[in-house]
Design a protein around this ligand. Structure first.
Ligand code: C5P
Length: 402
């Protein structure tokens, strides 16, 4: 039981996914959580308070101005009682109201009044999720530290296909467990994770090199997330200006070839390999032993490049390969390129980011990922790299075990 004695206030808002809340409450309680439900008027059109009262074994609160409910547990008391305020499903309307700080019903008042962390599991039509207004609201909430879990991709109640489905109850519970994780809750205990991170430097001569803008932040955040959940973690790192996450082992390398050698040496005893490094695709064919001089008669010069070994693909070719996760940084047609790479490199999972988008990807503190595996995909929306890494590590853990 990973949620023993945790107090969770579950806010249920209006959307067809509200019917999944009974199952969600059961799963949370199975893990030892105490659950108190707040329903909006919209939610009650989809599932009855009586159902959620029965599964939560607590009275359901639905009104700000109900003397009976306030007598049992006042709304400020409820806000204080919570260790986590989870809103699932969170409708587009709810996101907008949270973003503007409304306080005209019990749930919105609790959002403002609670000192507890807040997490939302959005659920809406795919077009509504993609709408600029919704995405702006998500960005505002993310900025305020609200954890955004999902939405997932797939067929919707309205017949559309796309991102907007609420995460499945089990996936939400996994996020809650990770949120509360402490040293006693070692989901990844006994596992060894190997993570490549940062850029590589391909020497041209003793003073020059070819490199890229990778900061290593995403790989280091994944390392920290895996370690937090109890894994033994080794980072094979290109040159970065980051300190090693506590408890992780770090092997420093410069070139793609060195990174390949270090990874291949470490990988045999690993359960998971995450190739997060931005390895140079090409290295210099003949590295000059002396500094190359500019000469008066040469207006142009050329350097011959040859392919670097593909590290993640080499790992995925091993007979006893670990669960192998690649990254794809793309500037266009992200989905197709990423899925192509997943197949070509024989990966178990690929996490793609659109580096052409401002405020995410290379060198930024925030990122958004589209994650693909052989028979599914999930969007991890824009958020800081550490909470994104927490979500990705959980997803890897879930898919590793089918
Ligand atoms: O083919 P592309 O470079 O776009 O693939 C990106 C993925 O492959 C990343 O996971 C990256 O770490 C990995 N990669 C690698 N070795 C290379 C090139 C890329 O492991 N030489």
């Amino acid at each position: 039981m990973f949620l023993q004695n945790k107090n969770i206030v579950l806010g249920v808002t209006g959307g067809i996914a509200a019917y999944k809340c009974a199952e969600l409450i059961r799963r949370l309680k199975e893990q030892g959580a105490n659950v108190r439900v707040i329903m909006t008027d919209g939610a009650k059109a989809f599932i009855t308070p009586l159902t959620l009262q029965a599964v939560s074994a607590n009275p359901v609160s639905d009104s700000l101005l109900d003397p009976a409910a306030e007598a049992a547990m006042g709304h400020i008391e409820l806000a204080k009682w919570a260790d986590l305020l989870l809103i699932a499903p969170a409708s587009a309307n709810t996101l907008a109201r949270m973003a503007t700080g409304m306080a005209d019903d019990l749930l919105m008042t609790t959002v403002l009044a609670t000192p507890a962390p807040i997490a939302i599991a959005p659920a809406m039509n795919q077009q509504m999720w993609r709408a600029k207004a919704t995405q702006n609201n998500v960005a505002v909430l993310n900025e305020r530290g609200v954890a955004i879990w999902g939405p997932a991709q797939g067929e919707q109640a309205c017949g559309d296909v796309g991102y907007g489905r609420m995460l499945e109850p089990n996936d939400i519970v996994a996020q809650v467990v990770a949120h509360f994780n402490t040293d006693q809750q070692q989901l990844l205990a006994g596992q060894h994770w190997l993570i490549s991170a940062g850029p590589t430097r391909e020497a041209i001569d003793p003073v020059r090199y070819i490199s890229n803008h990778s900061s290593g932040k995403m790989g280091y955040a994944i390392a920290a997330a895996a370690h937090k959940l109890g894994a033994k973690v080794t980072i094979v790192s290109g040159p970065v200006a980051l300190s090693t996450p506590s408890g992780c082992q770090r092997i420093n390398v410069d070139s793609g070839q060195q990174m390949y050698d270090a990874v291949m040496e470490q990988v045999r005893c690993c359960d998971v390999f995450v190739g997060c490094a931005a390895v140079a695709d090409y290295k210099v064919a003949h590295v000059s032993e002396q500094k190359i001089k500019k000469t008066d008669d040469n207006e142009q010069m050329s350097i011959q490049l040859v392919k670097n070994p593909d590290i993640v693909a080499s790992v995925a070719k091993l007979t006893n390969k670990p669960f192998t996760v690649g990254f794809a940084a793309e500037t266009q047609d992200v989905k197709n390129y990423a899925k192509g790479k997943l197949q070509r490199k024989n990966l178990d999972m690929i996490a793609a980011n659109d580096v052409a988008k401002q405020g995410q990807g290379f060198n930024s503190d925030d990122n958004a990922l589209m994650v693909f595996w052989s028979d599914g995909e999930q969007q991890l929306p824009l958020q800081n790299k550490q909470s994104l890494a927490d979500a990705l590590v959980l997803l890897i853990q879930q898919k590793m075990h089918g």
